[in-house]
Write a protein that binds this ligand. Structure first.
Ligand SMILES: NC(=O)c1ccc[n+]([C@@H]2O[C@H](COP(=O)([O-])OP(=O)(O)OC[C@H]3O[C@@H](n4cnc5c(N)ncnc54)[C@H](OP(=O)(O)O)[C@@H]3O)[C@@H](O)[C@H]2O)c1
Length: 271
């Protein structure tokens, strides 16, 4: 019987996930169907229950349901526990496993596809929302020299420092505090690029040979990536590779095999 998976969110019309997972399944000869579910904002649990009754085996969870998915899971991976949010659910009998694949996806994209080793590097994460929280621990596992978290609302950066400092060299603060410091890997985990805005980075943060990465993606380079190129970053990448890599990590959790994201980047960029 064909196994059933889906992405659930609100809105969900813009999602690329059904196309991505259909391509993964074709690549690996897996018999599965993958749909998109638009759940009412107050109807996440009911929509999940209905999906399970219909034989659903797993879900990708997108905004605004990642915290509800965390609460619904009966078991969670360490990375989901630390992120405090779940973007992947796996159903097995009565068990509901919650995982968060964003960080693993980002790390895999930066290191494996783009060839930039994280070990020993000074990492700056801009933003202290759900995405920042989801990637901090997987980045720390790669043993960077340090991770600095900068955020407009400084209390949120301090909260992430408290949360992650037990696991490695993490400090948090506002953007002004970055003056005079340099970083090898600068990750824009804010949503600023969506509004065509730049986080207030002081001049000179990009170290020679540095890599700038924006979690936002689009047909044109984001304003942050254009700024990074003009201010000394040697390599830049948008979030499409991360999107594909986190999808591949979900596929691995559900099916036990890791798809190759390389061919899909070109396919999705060409429309
Ligand atoms: N490519 C992928 O696979 C992938 C995966 C996950 C997320 N993302 C993207 O990553 C972005 C962040 O997601 P999220 O879930 O963390 O969102 P979120 O929880 O809403 O957090 C948004 C963050 O952006 C900051 N921010 C927003 N506008 C800003 C501006 N103009 N200047 C400076 N900081 C600004 C916020 O700062 P304050 O706290 O001060 O408001 C906050 O830290 C989104 O655009 C999302 O689409 C991409």
């Amino acid at each position: 019987m064909t196994d059933l998976y889906a992405v659930i969110g609100n809105p969900v019309a813009q999602t690329k996930s059904p196309r991505i997972h259909a391509e993964f399944a074709r690549q690996l000869g897996q018999d599965l169907r993958y749909e998109a579910i638009l759940a009412p904002r107050d109807g996440f649990a009911a929509a999940v229950a209905e999906f399970r009754v219909a034989g659903g085996r797993g879900l990708n969870v997108t905004a605004p349901f990642k915290l509800e998915a965390f609460a619904l899971a009966t078991e969670r991976t360490d990375r989901a526990e630390q992120a405090g949010a779940v973007n992947t659910l796996k159903f097995d009998g009565a068990s509901v496993l919650g995982d968060n694949t964003d960080g693993a996806g980002l790390v895999r994209d930066i290191q494996d596809r783009l060839g930039f080793p994280i070990r020993g590097r000074r990492v700056l994460i801009m933003g202290a929302g759900g995405a920042s929280r989801g990637v901090a621990l997987p980045l720390l596992h790669e043993q960077p020299a340090s991770i600095t978290i900068a955020n407009r609302t400084v209390e949120k950066a301090w909260a992430l420092e408290r949360r992650f400092a037990p696991f490695g060299p993490v400090d948090g603060g506002d953007y002004a505090r970055l003056a005079g410091r340099q970083f090898d890997l600068v990750i824009n985990a804010t949503s600023a690029s969506l509004a065509g805005e730049l986080p207030p980075l002081p001049a000179g943060v990009f170290a020679p040979g540095s890599f700038a990465c924006d979690m936002v993606y689009g047909n044109e380079p984001t304003c942050f990536l254009a700024y990074a190129r003009d201010h000394g970053a040697a390599q830049v990448a948008d979030g499409l590779g991360m999107l594909l890599a986190q999808a591949a990590e979900s596929f691995l959790l559900w099916r036990g095999v890791l798809p190759d994201t390389g061919p899909l980047i070109k396919m999705l960029r060409s429309g």
